[in-house]
Design a protein around this ligand. Structure first.
Ligand code: SF4
Length: 710
């Protein structure tokens, strides 16, 4: 693999810089070497941990992309034109003041992202609550991790994606991956599963035979939307076959009897009729996990992005608890976080119901602590606002916000029922988007603010194992762009805030974040940038004690070894039952549509579609379908197809894949316009996490009309 290069200028004074990849939550270490002012060489810092995937190798190419925004844009006479920062930010501040004066603070909303650094996520939440005074703030992580997070809170009293170090997985003899395809989403992760794969202990639950499923000893391919029933079946098999860990369940959990009362009715043969997974395979999965000396159950978006996502994850946790896996060294349950800062992004206050330190915004003690750090009265902090889809769906309505500020997100492509979301954005009086390129959402904006990229700024992220990482600046940003922190600082000052309340220096922001998080579930008070610069591996919580007097705490690589985080120290079984998807197939729409990622692209594709090496590999949307299903629809491999659902249609090229279930089509979700998978996805929400049901909806397949294919 060749090093990626860019043509943008580099800091002449900066040599090789150790930093991390800009994409997924694995946050692979990389060294960037700006060579003169013409190119940036990328090297993996830890080849033995799997190195980098293709996206990581190509990451630097975007630094010099001609698609890069370097000047603010304002809409004028229907078109976007270049403007000065003073004009653009001045316009935003003036319109916010007018809209707020007219309709109150909740008329202005903020939408953040799981790719923002901890410092940005923190300052964005503070900006919303203090500078704007709005409750209307949420972020795209609601679409990513919220079901797993809610299920982990319910079961363990605390949510950290992996409550153990990633490297612990290297000792595993058995790993069940539910709805995860790391062979494409984060390939280096597989290096941690070598032992389990060699031992015949990898179990993959996925309706598709993905590249990850190809590596599994046991691939369970349930009907889409039936994962919860499958988890109940394996749980049932474990208990019925005498594999229940009575000692662990008795000593360290509560709620088994209630959970078992539900699961007792889901014997494997009944589950087979619902899921299509053979009863013998369910029993084999239970046996592999129970007989392994070291076993893990890991979930990801495929099993989480459902209108029953929290209960589905709860069912997988039940299985892990029944086998006595969580809270022990060398075994456990965990969730594979998706976005680069998916973990830290949900801890520091950009989520509608949270304050920094993973505190609840409706907790009076938490409000008092954070208000004290921010220098405001607790009563001045707004309460919880709408969740991400509900917020987007309310835009421009009589009761909803009429202005929206978007940071690090591209909801025109990534939100469910995306045509409806685009309509709602069009109904706004003011849409402001901060981005590095003219994303599909930025194209719809009234004001576009060009911001720095990952290699042009310092900041911290928290990876999938809850470890705080320092992302280092390797290059000077191009003239004309600012950091998100500088944008928030400027806007806050123009809105009447004291400048020192919104610092633009990331290390200063982090110092304040430490104080705001102190004593909270995600306590960062003992983390300092100097400790990170020195290479310390710090998993939160890292408490420092009052006034940071004990900064030497070594962090918490393994949670729950002595007790779970509920007041009684016990984990909770959940009495969860199978319900099925909100929109099952019927006569009109007889197929299940499922969505996911491909190796070369990331999230909405706003970045990776602009990297030529990645774009050339997968330039457009496709639909994977069984050859018989294609033939029945009058299609063959390479044909232009329309995937038609109740909310819209997606245009995609047919890929015939014999291993596909005949009742399922698969759409990657990285593509814009008429190729958006989210034109058909269902915004039915989980009642607890408010996670939309991205992973299953009903569609039919037909040839694309000539007009549609153009
Ligand atoms: Fe980057 Fe994730 Fe690929 Fe690692 S696996 S190189 S973090 S995209």
């Amino acid at each position: 693999m060749s090093a990626a290069t860019s043509t943008r200028p580099a800091d002449a004074t900066v040599g090789a810089v150790d930093t991390h990849c800009p994409y997924c939550a694995l946050q692979c270490g990389m060294t960037l070497s700006p060579a003169g002012r013409a190119s940036v060489r990328v090297r993996p810092r830890d080849p033995s941990a799997g190195g980098l995937c293709q996206k990581g190798w190509a990451a630097a190419a975007l630094l010099g992309s001609p698609a890069r925004l370097t000047t603010p844009l304002v809409r004028d006479g229907g078109a976007l034109r270049p403007a000065s920062w003073d004009e653009a930010v001045g316009l935003v501040a003036r319109r916010i003041k007018e809209i707020t004066a007219d309709r109150g603070p909740d008329a202005v909303a903020v939408f953040g992202g799981g790719g923002l650094t901890n410092e940005k996520a923190y300052l964005l939440g503070k900006f919303a609550r203090v500078a704007l005074g709005t409750s209307q703030v949420d972020y795209n992580g609601r679409f990513c991790m919220s079901s797993a997070a809610a299920a982990a809170h319910r079961a363990f009293g605390l949510d950290r994606g992996l409550p153990f170090p990633l490297t612990d997985l290297e000792g595993a003899d058995a790993v069940l991956l539910a709805g995860a395809n790391p062979a494409e989403t984060m390939p280096p992760f597989l290096s941690h599963l070598r032992r389990a794969m060699d031992a015949g202990g990898l179990i993959v639950v996925d309706p598709r035979r993905t590249p990850t499923a190809e590596r599994a000893a046991l691939h369970l391919a349930p009907v889409p939307g039936t994962d919860l029933a499958l988890a109940l079946g394996i749980f049932h098999a474990a208990v019925a076959d005498g594999r229940l860990d009575h000692g662990f369940v008795g000593d360290r959990t509560t709620g088994f009897d209630e959970a078992w009362r539900v699961a007792a009715a889901w014997w494997p043969e009944r589950v087979e009729r619902v899921t299509g997974v053979a009863a013998a395979d369910q029993r084999r999965a239970a046996a592999i996990l129970a007989e392994a000396a070291s076993a893990y159950v890991l979930t990801a978006r495929g099993t989480e992005q459902h209108s029953t996502g929290v209960d589905t994850v709860g069912a997988w946790i039940n299985l892990a608890l029944a086998l006595g896996l969580p809270g022990r060294r060398g075994s456990g349950w965990g969730c594979l976080t998706g976005q680069g800062n998916g973990q830290g992004g949900r801890e520091h206050g950009q989520k509608a119901d949270q304050l920094p330190g993973y505190r609840r915004i409706d907790d009076p003690t938490a409000r008092a602590h954070v208000a004290g750090v921010w220098g405001v009265e607790p009563s001045a902090l707004p309460g919880p606002g709408r969740s991400a889809f509900e917020l987007l769906d309310a835009l421009g309505t009589p009761d909803g916000p009429s202005a929206l500020l978007v940071f690090a997100s591209n909801p025109v492509v990534s939100a469910p029922h995306s045509a409806r979301v685009a309509d709602r954005l069009a109904a706004l009086d003011l849409l402001v988007v901060a981005d590095i390129v003219l994303s599909e959402t930025a194209r719809a904006a009234d004001v576009v603010l060009p911001i720095t990229q990952w290699a042009e700024e310092d900041g911290t992220l928290t990876n999938l194992e809850g470890r705080v990482l320092l992302r280092r600046r390797a290059l000077a940003p191009p003239p004309g762009v600012r950091t998100d922190l500088e944008v928030l600082h400027d806007l806050a000052v123009r809105l009447g805030q004291p400048p020192e309340r919104f610092p633009a220096d990331p290390e200063t922001v982090f110092t304040e974040l430490r104080a705001a998080s102190e004593g909270g579930p995600a306590d960062y008070s003992g983390v300092t940038w100097d400790r990170l610069r020195a290479g310390e591996r710090l998993h939160w919580p890292v408490p420092a004690g009052p006034a940071f007097r004990r900064p030497g705490h070594q962090g918490t690589p393994r949670l729950f070894l002595d007790r779970f985080a509920h007041p009684d120290g016990r984990a909770r079984f959940a009495a969860v039952d199978h319900k099925g998807p909100a929109e099952p197939p019927d006569e009109e729409f007889p197929l299940y549509a499922i969505t996911g990622r491909v190796l070369q692209h990331y999230q909405s594709g706003a970045q990776t579609r602009r990297v030529e090496e990645l774009r050339a590999a997968v330039p457009e949307a496709y639909v994977e379908v069984h050859p018989d299903t294609a033939e029945r629809a009058g299609l063959r491999d390479g044909a232009a197809a329309a995937v038609v659902g109740r909310r819209g249609r997606v245009l995609a090229t047919v890929r015939c894949v014999p291993s596909m279930r005949p009742d399922v089509v698969f759409l990657p979700f990285h593509f814009p316009g008429a190729q958006r998978a989210n034109l058909v996805t269902n915004p039915a929400l989980d009642p607890v996490s408010r996670m939309p049901e991205f992973k299953v909806c009903a569609v039919r397949l037909s040839p694309a009309g000539e007009r549609e294919a153009q």
